[in-house]
Write a protein that binds this ligand. Structure first.
Ligand code: NAP
Length: 310
């Protein structure tokens, strides 16, 4: 007999909730969306509340919540849900600071609920194959190029350039989530340069120098002002040729020959994994991408650049 569906609440009805979460939940019969919480938005036909406390008091028989709010303020929402005994799935980045996510992990373990800190880019089609290919090669260098147009992908999202909004690390952390998943050894930050608009608090561009394992150089260029062609590429030079993951991990080529390309199933895969984690009584919290961003801020040299308006 099939288990009854997981009664899910969705918090923060914005761009990613509408673009990806709603279709993925609707297509997954292990979940039933029963209510939402968002200060301004509601969904037709679904009970909506203004905040997490009203959602939790709403009498919806919730088993789980999925959080699609910005990282700042997510801790209070996640903590309230965990303390109410609900399983919690959070968008990336899992929090505004490393220490608040560590505290969420502690609370989830104590409460015996699942905490799933998602990294959607790791679910892109080429990522698993890249990890397998690289596992048996010797890596000589890695180059990350993550350049996108903030006005196209984050229209009017002022929070992203506020303190705790991550700035260009909001997309950049996706690259770091892939890099930490496909590279066999640990990454560490050695230096970084952060370009912060004069009228904003978070970087709009960043250059990182990292080391993989003992001494393999890894560079990353993150740019939020890229017009024209956009690039979300990771290029790994090995003793056996060049691996290129492009289009955010969707397309994989080896030595210039296409090895894999597939449609985007990142969010259906995330919800499948959330259901599996709940069934197994496990959590999945990998802090490495967030830790790298925190370290980039710790050692970062800040350069003030031209003011930015949408
Ligand atoms: P968004 O369009 O701004 O939506 C976030 C929603 O959260 C808002 O519509 C807002 O709805 C609610 N919210 C609650 N507190 C807020 C606050 N203090 N400031 C602003 N909004 C607040 O942002 P998004 O693009 O969906 O991103 C949300 C999260 O998903 C981020 O962590 C982001 O990194 C991640 N993500 C985004 C994308 C993307 O392509 N945009 C892709 C993957 C992951 P109410 O006003 O109704 O409360």
């Amino acid at each position: 007999m099939n288990n009854p569906p997981i009664r899910l609440g969705l918090v923060g009805i914005g761009k990613i909730a509408r673009d990806q979460h709603l279709p993925a939940i609707a297509a997954d019969d292990r979940f039933r969306l029963v209510a939402t919480a968002s200060r301004h938005a509601t969904l037709p036909g679904t009970p909506g509340h203004a905040d997490i406390d009203a959602l939790l008091r709403g009498g919806h028989g919730l088993h789980a919540v999925s959080l699609c709010t910005p990282p700042s303020g997510r801790f209070e929402v996640a903590a309230a849900a965990i303390d109410a005994g609900l399983h919690v799935m959070v968008e990336k980045p899992p929090g505004a600071t490393v220490s608040e996510v560590v505290e969420l992990a502690r609370r989830a373990e104590k409460a015996g609920v699942t905490l799933f800190a998602t990294w959607h880019s790791r679910e892109a089609a080429g990522v698993d194959a890249a990890r397998v290919w690289l596992a048996t090669r010797s890596i000589r260098s890695v180059r990350i190029e993550w350049r996108e147009d903030i006005r196209v992908w984050h229209p009017g999202q002022d929070w992203i350039l506020e303190a705790g909004g991550f700035g260009v690390f909001d997309p950049g952390i996706n690259a770091l989530s892939i890099a930490t998943a496909i590279l066999p050894q640990a990454l560490r930050i050695s230096s970084s340069t952060l370009h912060v608009p004069a009228n904003r608090a978070a970087p709009i561009a960043a250059s990182l120098a990292m080391v993989h394992g003992a001494d393999t150089p890894v560079s990353a260029e993150f740019d939020f002002l890229q017009t024209g062609p956009q690039s979300w590429d990771i290029i790994v030079e090995t003793d056996d040729g060049v691996l290129r993951l492009s289009e955010g991990g969707r397309r994989l080529s080896i030595n210039g020959t296409a090895a894999l390309e597939s449609a985007n199933r990142e969010y259906p895969r995330l919800y499948q994994r959330f259901a599996d984690l709940i069934a197994a009584g496990d959590s999945d919290i990998d802090l490495r991408p967030l830790q790298l961003v925190a370290d980039a801020f710790l050692v970062g040299r800040t350069i003030s650049t031209a003011s930015f308006e949408y």
